[in-house]
Write a protein that binds this ligand. Structure first.
Ligand code: ACO
Length: 333
């Protein structure tokens, strides 16, 4: 229960990833890297890459459709669609409006939010608080990114890390359990640790921005790594305290899937056991705003999450931003 008022639960989940697989061995042919380096430094074995006809809204729509089907809710029952993404189809209109059109969810208000890999938790927090306020009853929250579209496949320090995908959650008011605590944070002084410099109003797209490669993701990997471990632990402890829980009370920890070493360091500092931690970074790499949604959907559909389980979601990303949420899972009636 948030705000001592309403309960908000996730009634449906879905995810979508492109069919094309890019393995570490494929990357060995493209840049000066090795399967061994990528595996030991990141835990990633392969990732999915969208083809030239697929954009973020396509994956977001598919994930959203699956979440609606899972919940047995039709698109015209939606009040709100939030798409968290750093790779919108275009700067405007919002990708959420394109998803609304694709789904035919004509009664839904729509907006995008940009919080990097914290995006799904930001979206869930916004949806939960909108529902708690009594303003909306049903929201579709989708984290979706095609980071491959802004990746320089000649830059080995970034191109081995990312993959494409979308994860969606249908969020509804309920009379029991659900979201127990939610916390978001940001530190804009870290804006230059992870960014896409060109194409906005600061540096409009031009021949010069193209020549400089400002249409590609830039990252200070080491700084982000240290920030990630620290903030995942801090944010987790904050929501645990807010919910009156200890790390041992958590049935499944679903961290943002960026790097196995970040996940293991955070899990170790939180004294979590191996079987409390969900990992699929090996299969998908870092899918940015999609990662937590993909992991949550996989965990639910594989039976790893059951009614009554307490789930801790935690993410960090560009901004810099972070977020954590604890959910007491409710099985469908
Ligand atoms: N293959 C081979 N060697 C490489 C590669 C590669 N793909 N990439 C870097 N190296 C080299 C470097 O050049 C460096 O060589 P040097 O010592 O001769 O200079 C060496 O490997 C070590 O590089 P580091 O950057 O120190 O390696 P590190 O262990 O820190 O790993 C990594 C780098 C994987 C990027 C790590 O820092 C990391 O995961 N950071 C967090 C990134 C992240 O999570 N980003 C997403 C945030 S979420 C969002 O909002 C999108």
């Amino acid at each position: 229960m948030i705000n001592g008022k309403h309960h908000v639960i996730i009634t449906g989940t879905g995810h979508a990833v492109p069919t094309r697989v890019l393995s570490n061995l494929d990357l060995e042919q493209m840049v000066d890297t090795s399967d061994e380096w990528i595996r030991t430094r990141t835990g990633i074995l392969r990732r999915r890459i969208a083809d030239e006809h697929t954009a973020t809204s396509d994956l977001a729509t598919e994930a959203g459709r699956l979440a609606l089907a899972d919940a047995g809710v039709s698109p015209d029952e939606l009040d709100l669609i939030i798409v968290a993404t750093i790779t919108p189809d275009m700067l405007f209109p919002s990708t959420s409006c394109l998803v609304q059109k694709n789904l035919g969810a004509w009664g839904a208000a729509c907006y995008d939010l940009s919080a990097g890999c914290s995006g799904l938790i930001y979206g869930l927090d916004m949806a939960v608080r909108s529902i708690v306020s009594g303003g909306y009853r049903r929201a579709l929250v989708i984290g979706a990114d095609c980071v491959s579209k802004i990746t320089n496949f000649q830059d080995r320090t970034t191109c081995v890390l990312f993959g494409d995908g979308a994860g969606a959650c249908l969020v509804e008011a309920a009379d029991k359990a659900g979201v127990l605590a939610s916390y978001l944070g940001a530190d804009g002084s870290g804006w230059d640790k992870l960014l896409l410099r060109g194409g906005g109003s600061r540096h409009p797209a031009s021949a010069a921005t193209l020549a400089a490669g400002w249409h590609y993701i830039e990252m200070c990997g080491n700084d982000v790594f240290k920030f990630a471990v620290r903030i995942m632990v801090e944010a987790s402890l904050k929501v645990l305290a807010d919910a009156g829980l200890e790390p041992g009370d958590i049935d499944l920890f679903i961290p943002h899937q960026a790097n196995i070493r970040i996940i293991e360091s955070a899990a170790q500092r939180l004294n979590l056991k191996e079987d409390q931690v969900y990992i699929n970074v090996d299969e998908y790499g870092n899918t940015s705003a999609a990662s937590i949604g993909i992991a949550l959907d996989e965990a639910v559909r594989s039976g790893r999450i059951k009614g009554g389980d307490r789930i801790l979601l935690v993410g960090f990303g560009a901004g810099l931003t972070w977020g954590a949420m604890i959910i007491e899972w409710v099985d469908k009636a």
